[in-house]
Write a protein that binds this ligand. Structure first.
Ligand code: FCB
Length: 448
């Protein structure tokens, strides 16, 4: 089962989940530092002060990537390392380290893919209102310009924002992610400002990135939605969740308008008065590529009051259920066909730019011989292949994750890495899945 010539095989990480090194470079505090310090916020009581100690051990990690033959590495820049308070002049030591990292990747023949925002908002910006406030999007544009200027002579592939649905709805409505607010109206403002910030950052990168083959993207996390029940209310619950998780983002970015039914659902919590004339044109300015992160589908039904305080602003009566069948650690159902579905849905309904799977992977607590992860990745790559065969313009795949890491509110309980991290010694050991992935990408094909 061959992949198209030039298919990009990558691995992904994010700053807050692996870097640690919060005392290096003059980095400022982030919302995740503050959130993790709250008793009860992180399931295993941990934080990301050390994490996988990547800030100090990054050379080892570049060597691991090179040994596996991984062609592209998607990582994020920590905004608080570049602007410790989220505003003002660049903190050069922070940028210098990213320059060094990029140079080391390029020297090893690995293409860097730089994500500007993977959820680690500088705490000072949250103290000034966070993403619900428009000024945060303006600040993000300034930050994007600084990073674009520093790395734009050597990095071609960019991602502005990772999973704005999580950043807004989990951060400001559900509250299970930083900054841990439960304000449905503010979460919708955050959603809009993350998109608006993406649009502004895209403009900033267009004027600062000079490398041929420049490719600016955003990473979304579409969830194919399945109604778990046949009552009209169940179908309506599925429509609502599809609206908030998928169509809100696709419609804004690829059609320049928010979907009318979602706007109507949201009237229960917000009048969207923070949306200004011209914002949607900024949001919908063409991108060169679209990143999709896929882990699972959502199965939903109607249940009165089930999500009164949860990640579905304006839709308090929707409930997520786990379908029968195998799951990863953490209870996410294993449904590779959902990846085919997600790739084909956007292809057929939205006429998107070239697609990448920017993240796909699984949590399994199998330290070294992780055959469950091998099976998971194999099945999902087959599902991606099926989407290509059916017409999706999929150009690459990034496994989540290169390393075991700090899995947000779950702490270190969930291991997503193809490379094992021993948190006592920080030793890195490639798992069976890493060797399997290395052989798959070397052949640009799956067996059989
Ligand atoms: C995604 C995040 C990523 C990681 C995976 C498991 O939603 O983008 O950082 O936590 O889930």
């Amino acid at each position: 089962m061959r992949f198209p010539d030039g298919f990009v095989w990558g691995a992904a990480t994010s700053a807050a989940q692996i870097e640690g090194g919060v005392d290096v470079d003059g980095r400022g505090p982030s919302v995740w530092d503050a959130f993790a310090a709250r008793p009860g916020a992180i399931r295993d009581g941990t934080d990301a002060i050390v994490a996988a100690d990547h800030r100090r051990r990054w050379r080892d990690d570049v060597a691991v990537l090179a040994d596996l033959g991984i062609a592209a590495y998607r990582f994020s820049v920590a905004w608080p390392r570049v602007q410790p308070t989220g505003r003002g002049a660049a903190n050069e030591p922070g940028l210098d380290w990213y320059r060094e990292l990029v140079d080391a990747l390029l020297a090893a023949g690995i293409e860097p893919v730089v994500t500007l925002y993977h959820w680690d908002l500088p705490l000072a910006l949250e103290d000034a209102g966070g993403w619900p406030v428009r000024a945060t999007a303006d600040a993000f544009a300034d930050y994007a310009a600084l990073v674009g200027k520093a790395l734009g002579d050597r990095v071609a592939r960019w991602c502005t924002v990772n999973e704005p649905w999580c950043a807004s709805m989990l951060g400001y409505a559900g509250g299970q992610h930083a900054p841990g607010r439960q304000e449905p109206d503010a979460s919708v403002a955050a959603a809009h400002h993350l998109l608006y910030g993406h649009g502004l950052a895209t403009e900033a990168l267009r004027s600062s990135v000079a490398v041929p083959g420049r490719e600016i993207a955003i990473s979304l996390n579409p969830y194919p939605v399945v109604a778990a029940g046949e009552r009209p209310e169940d179908l309506d619950a599925a429509r609502r969740v599809d609206g908030l998780a998928n169509r809100w983002w696709y419609d804004a970015l690829l059609r320049g308008a928010y979907p009318k039914d979602v706007v109507d659902d949201l009237a229960a919590v917000t009048d969207l008065s923070f949306v200004r004339d011209g914002d949607l044109a900024v949001i919908a300015a063409p991108v060169d590529a679209l990143g999709l992160n896929y882990y699972r589908r959502y199965h939903v039904r109607h249940a009165a009051g089930a999500s009164a305080v949860a990640e579905w602003p304006g839709s308090p009566d929707v409930e997520l259920v786990t379908p029968p069948g195998p799951t990863t650690d953490g209870g996410w159902a294993i449904e590779p066909e959902g990846l085919t579905e997600a790739l084909l849905r956007v292809t057929r309904e939205y006429d998107p730019p070239p697609l990448y799977v920017h993240e796909n992977g699984a949590a399994f607590d199998e330290p070294f011989d992780d055959q469950d992860r091998v099976a998971f990745l194999d099945a999902h790559l087959r599902a991606a292949h099926a989407a290509i065969a059916a017409g999706a313009d999929l150009r690459g795949y990034f496994v989540w994750s290169l390393l075991d890491n700090f899995e947000w509110a779950e702490g270190y309980r969930h291991r997503f890495g193809i490379v094992h991290v021993d948190y006592d010694t920080q030793a890195r050991t490639p798992k069976a899945s890493a060797r399997w992935y290395a052989s798959t990408l070397a052949h640009n094909a799956l067996n059989g």
